[in-house]
Design a protein around this ligand. Structure first.
Ligand SMILES: CC(C)(COP(=O)(O)OP(=O)(O)OC[C@H]1O[C@@H](n2cnc3c(N)ncnc32)[C@H](O)[C@@H]1OP(=O)(O)O)[C@@H](O)C(=O)NCCC(=O)NCCS
Length: 202
């Protein structure tokens, strides 16, 4: 039995854990990072903190096993994090700017991201101002829950007046790419490394 419900502050640890356990192109990344919270600080924590109306979890079996999180206005969200989220983390994790990119450890690559966060492309935001992340643990995958969770977030975004949503997916995560295309996303941009920006009109 699985159930989708709004996320609450009590789900924070579960979100961080699921974020880490799906962070290696959809697979468990626990072995890649010395600090188990870094991935969640970037890809999960700020959504629960600042956009709780756009955060839903999948509960089933042994507790929370998936989430979908998003922000209706990506530009406003990025500005908010610049003031209210990154400063405290930047004090805790130094910028490894003096370590050459090729020599950075996985933790240092994330620490660098804290200091130089990804900014959404203005051309993408014009048509697709919202963005999202979705991650389900293996036991919850392949049962239609991903589609249902997206629909849940889409409904909330539509209600907030958003005309479109975008997301980023790594070049190696071909399974997620197939899923997104199947549910209606189309390609908006592709980086030299193969990462895709996909978008869907709401
Ligand atoms: C990617 C993910 C969110 C998909 O959710 P899911 O619950 O496994 O997918 P669903 O079972 O809801 O699939 C929905 C539909 O997409 C289809 N689909 C799923 N994967 C597909 C693929 N690779 N190619 C084509 N269609 C696919 C399903 O057949 C289903 O079709 P239907 O609704 O027409 O019957 C989930 O597998 C996941 O969290 N994976 C690990 C973390 C991850 O990679 N997150 C994305 C990071 S960018």
């Amino acid at each position: 039995m699985f159930e989708i419900r709004p996320a609450s502050p009590a789900d924070r640890a579960a979100l961080y854990r699921i974020c880490l356990e799906t962070a290696d192109s959809g697979e468990d990344a626990t072995h890649l990072y010395r600090d188990p919270l870094l991935v969640g600080h970037i890809y999960a924590g700020p959504y629960l903190e600042f956009e709780p109306d756009f955060a839903f979890v999948l509960e089933g079996g042994d507790g929370v096993c998936g989430y979908v999180i998003g922000a209706p206005d990506t530009a406003a969200f990025e500005a908010r994090l610049e003031h209210g989220w990154w400063p405290a983390l930047r004090r805790r994790y130094p910028d490894p700017a003096d370590v050459p990119p090729d020599l950075r450890t996985p933790d240092e690559r994330l620490a660098h991201l804290l200091h130089h966060p990804h900014r959404a492309n203005a051309a993408v935001l014009a048509g697709y101002p919202s963005h999202l992340h979705i991650d389900l643990l293996p036991r919850a995958q392949g049962g239609g829950h991903g589609r249902q969770m997206l629909e849940c977030l889409f409904a909330a975004l539509r209600e907030a007046g958003s005309p479109g949503v975008h997301l980023g997916v790594g070049g190696r995560n071909t399974r997620a790419q197939g899923f997104y295309r199947h549910v209606g996303f189309r390609e908006l941009a592709r980086s030299p490394e193969g990462s895709l920006t996909l978008g869907l009109r709401l």
